[in-house]
Design a protein around this ligand. Sequence first.
Ligand SMILES: C[S@@+](CC[C@H](N)C(=O)[O-])C[C@H]1O[C@@H](n2cnc3c(N)ncnc32)[C@H](O)[C@@H]1O
Length: 416
Amino acid sequence: MAQEFIVTGLDDKGRGIAGGQFVKFAFPGDLIDLEPVSRRKKTSRLVRLIEPSPDRQEPPCQYFGRCGGCAWQGLKYQAQLKFKEARVRSLFGDALPIIPSPEEYYYRNRMDYAFGPDYSIGLKDGKFNIINIEQCLLMSEASNKILSRLRHFVSWKKLLHYKEGIMRHVVIREGKNINNMVLNVLTSDKGELPLEDLWEKLRDAVSGITWSINLSPADRSYGEIQKSFGQDHLIESLCGIMFKVPVQSFFQTNTHQAEKLLEVVRDFAGLQGGETLLDLFSGSGSIGLSLADRAKEVIGVEENEAAAKLSEDNARLNNINNFRSIAGRVEDILQSLEGRFETIILDPPRPGVHKKALQKIGQIKPHRIVYVSCNPETQAHDIKLLEESGYQVKRIQPLDMFPHTPHIENIILLKL
Ligand SMILES: C[S@@+](CC[C@H](N)C(=O)[O-])C[C@H]1O[C@@H](n2cnc3c(N)ncnc32)[C@H](O)[C@@H]1O
């Protein structure tokens, strides 16, 4: 039986909260009819929008409400920003106004699509079904055309989706500052991808195609690289620094907003030129490399060996001679790292920084810590521990990397 409710807030997964229930695609101010889905998880389904919230907009994407990609597209962009800013303020008390993404649509430089039944290619619906996406607003018109040509190719070659056939995922990467596009097509090991034929069909529009095999039962777009035609990496720049990004490597997803993030980090780091900078969780090195011109030396620490090596390759590509990266876990490497470090950058994954590492940072006593986070909840927890070591929060800058999703990036400056 459906029941009427007003949506009063949003949870950290971006779902509307109404009558103690979590409801996808419902926004604060909506008057809705609900139908319970799970009593244990307190989830309900929106069955009828009786009175829409004034913050609602007509979602421009035809798949909204089915596709799991952009849960907030029914909410005006200004309202999305307001909710993100409020979430940061609720955790830290104060914050600078959130920096909007330079592009509201077509902002991503990477999309991971899955192959589905009837030669469909698309995104998941939040469960396991693939929605055939012909017009995605997240990357570009050019990438939609490639998807359409790939769809024709798999149908022409009768390449069925996994597990009826071999086709699992395609990852498209496209430079926003440097004009190039590369594909990584992932299959199972139960057959061969006619890669050369695919390359012949698409080479007028893409710079390279790689074929990889994903042996894992896990539904992920990562595998063993088999062969490439053309470029096996994306070329992109951030704040004038060139990056060569192998098809399977991590890179900041919203190029133009990542440049804004780097500007904020640069400002917060306040380097004078004589400092040694520790870039912890350095990944592809985008933060450390962009600050190298302002420091005496930059040392990255990154668990993923390939990423650590890649950041050093990218330093050489840009003739940056004062950057090196140590492969290992931050919590382990910090214990034996010798030297004086005036500034530390933290950019951990969602679970935050290991307690052992935070304690060690408290002993190293850098003048400044710039903490970049994609999860303000764990960031708030880590900041408390740093405050116990004598640090004070000086500035808090939220930033929107992923419009139409509840994700928030937050940058905090701490000083002794
Ligand atoms: C949010 S990303 C940082 C991205 C990086 N700033 C960049 O621009 O490429 C987090 C990084 O931390 C790495 N990582 C995760 N746990 C780690 C740990 N315990 N020690 C070192 N690196 C870790 C991941 O491999 C990933 O590259």
